[in-house]
Design a protein around this ligand. Structure first.
Ligand code: PLP
Length: 345
């Protein structure tokens, strides 16, 4: 089976496993895990922030980001395709007591005008608008990069009205690899940033929330309250540290393979978007049927966008650390055989 469902399916490399095996550990709730302390400092520095906190998942770092930037009853602005809105179990309402307002935008980006149009005047009838969440790269938009200038402009529009900005950067280093722009340049336009070590970077678990010293102190309280205070977690954090130190540069290889995959699928007759990073979206009138047929041919894929009733949707294929050139070739051959069979060949 070639597993292209997500870049979260990777298994730790031998080097990563060795780093995990010899990790120094301590009780992280007491702040005594030397590996976690090193990882938090390393990532804060990488992102140009004062501090960072290690958490079990990107959902937790996003939701702590929402929590520390808002109060109950506030409104959070985000893109209609945002992971925080679509795939985190309604957590902004559940954990922070906030309501979300979704905004449209091409490729997962939100324009400054769209932000300004969503702003409400001060009035007792209206919720306080406290936070804008942006996502880069954008998962549901097929790994699209939020161009730095546009990102800065959207952030500036929100800040004009006193909103804070959270960046869901689960795949921020894919944006860096695709553009050559250091990740920290996007972070300069956000108050809090979530990054994941368990996506394209290939660690088995772990995400970090970075921000100002005071904000991350609050995040530490929230992490404990949300049940994310871990003990000798340096054993897993060592995998994350290894990932940040060794797997950022190589993301460009995943992007190259995604383009190769897209070209092969297009040649085979599929309608495919041009990938900017490591996610390929294939348009289909029957995405669930296509996923099933690909699975029978030995390729695992997943739904990109869930189609509305009677409408076409997309199938998502993701390249990652465990996908080499020959896996891409085999996947293209398998997908070609699916089309040939559908045409009765
Ligand atoms: C853009 C984005 N943000 C956040 C997450 C959540 O990460 P986790 O699965 O670690 O909770 C994901 C997961 O795929 C994601 O794609």
């Amino acid at each position: 089976m070639i597993d292209l469902r997500s870049d979260t399916v990777t298994r730790p490399t031998d080097g990563m496993r060795r780093a995990m095996l010899k990790a120094d550990v301590g009780d992280d709730v007491f702040g005594e895990d030397p590996t976690i302390n090193r990882l938090e400092e390393y990532v804060a520095d990488l992102l140009g922030k004062e501090a960072a906190i290690y958490c079990p998942s990107g959902t937790m770092t996003n939701q702590i980001g929402v929590f520390v930037n808002t109060h109950r009853g506030d409104e959070v602005l985000l893109h209609e395709g945002a992971h925080i809105f679509n795939y985190e179990g309604g957590a902004p309402a559940l954990l922070s007591g906030v309501q979300v307002r979704t905004l449209p935008g091409e490729g997962g980006a939100i324009s400054p005008d769209t932000v300004r149009e969503a702003i409400k005047p001060e009035n007792v009838h209206f919720p306080r608008q406290r936070l804008l969440c942006l996502e880069n790269t954008h998962n549901r938009a097929g790994g699209r990069v939020f161009p730095l200038e546009d990102f800065a402009a959207a952030s500036e529009a929100a800040r004009e009205y006193g909103l804070r900005v959270h960046l869901d950067g689960a795949r921020l280093f894919n944006a860096q690899a695709a553009t050559g722009i250091p990740a920290r340049e996007w972070c300069a336009h956000a108050d809090t940033v979530s990054v994941c070590s368990s996506k394209g970077l290939g660690a088995p678990v772990g995400s970090l929330l970075a921000g100002g010293e005071e904000t991350i102190r609050e995040a530490r309280r929230a992490r404990k309250a949300f049940g994310g205070g871990m003990r000798q977690a340096g054993i897993i954090a060592a995998g994350s540290l290894y990932a940040f130190e060794n797997h950022v540069e190589r993301l460009a290889e995943d992007h190259k393979r995604a383009r190769k995959l897209a070209d092969g699928l297009r040649d085979a007759g599929y309608s495919v978007s041009e990938p900017e990073t490591n996610i390929v979206l294939v348009e289909s009138e029957d995405p669930a049927g296509l996923i099933e047929a690909l699975g029978r041919a030995g390729v695992l894929a997943t739904l990109g966008t869930t189609p509305a009733a009677g409408r076409s949707g997309t199938v998502r294929l993701c390249t990652h650390l465990d996908v080499d050139d020959s896996a891409v070739e085999t996947a293209v051959e398998a997908a070609s055989s699916v089309i040939a069979q559908a045409l009765g060949g």
